[in-house]
Write a protein that binds this ligand. Structure first.
Ligand code: ZN
Length: 243
């Protein structure tokens, strides 16, 4: 099976559509949460995802908009965007977000938004945090989002150390290279690694490879819509820089 792995779409339809167009030929979409929040097209992104063969887990922004999390945990810009997003969605769309599960297990893969230890909130950026999280899932591989930074954490054969590395540009990652890994495909709608291109990954469950990709999209189209809706300027500006 060929799976399109997406995370942190964040209501950015131009980015999501560019990824769907570029990915082509996938059997299923695996979404790692934060479909909405920040961006100008929350409804359209939900509807686009629902039009595809997909599975999805809940992100903190999804549950905030669905009233399952306290907005006090968010910074001022994120709060403003979450309140605006709430207003845009129908009750059925908010229910859809509320009912997203915290965790899914599909074959050899566990899917969560943040981390297997604290699925909705924890950021895995440091090897020490990744290392502690290997005890919290049973499958060989765990797919996470939330940090908006594409990254791989691999446990060594003897399980004593955790290596961190950025995705290789020269070809797909062979999952057999390490017995256990935590993998983040990066963010479709708000990259934060200094590269302002939509990020996604293609998982081939037969070959057991995972390829990371970056895709240009019309950033100014998303920024124009954010400005029209008076969403915080800082949120639209950061899309140009990928931070
Ligand atoms: Zn996010």
């Amino acid at each position: 099976m060929r799976c399109l792995i997406v995370s942190d779409i964040h209501g950015n339809l131009a980015a999501f559509d560019a990824v769907l167009e570029a990915a082509q030929g996938y059997d299923q979409v695996w979404c790692l949460g934060d479909i909405v929040g920040y961006g100008p097209d929350p409804r359209e992104c939900i509807q686009r995802l629902q039009s595809l063969p997909f599975v999805a887990v809940a992100g903190n922004h999804d549950w905030a908009v669905a009233n399952r999390l306290d907005l006090d945990e968010f910074n001022a810009d994120a709060q403003q965007a979450a309140l605006w997003t709430y207003e845009q969605l129908s009750p059925a769309e908010r229910d859809f977000l509320a009912q997203l599960p915290e965790r899914l297990v599909i074959g050899q893969f566990t899917l969560v938004h943040g981390s297997p230890r604290y699925p909705v909130w924890e950021y895995i950026l440091q090897p020490s945090v990744a290392r502690a999280n290997f005890a919290h899932f049973d499958t060989p591989y765990c797919l996470v989002g939330h940090t908006h930074v594409p990254m791989i954490f691999a446990l060594t054969e003897d399980g004593s150390r955790c290596r961190t590395y950025a995705p290789r540009p020269d070809g797909p990652l062979a999952l057999a290279d390490a017995p256990r890994m935590i993998i983040n495909p990066g963010s479709v709608g708000q990259p934060r690694d200094g590269i302002p291109l939509a990020a996604y990954a293609i998982l081939d469950t037969d070959a057991m490879t995972l390829a990371f990709h970056r895709q240009p999209y019309p950033i100014e189209e998303t920024q124009r819509k954010m400005d029209e809706h008076a969403l915080p300027r800082r949120l639209s500006a950061r899309l140009s820089f990928g931070w």
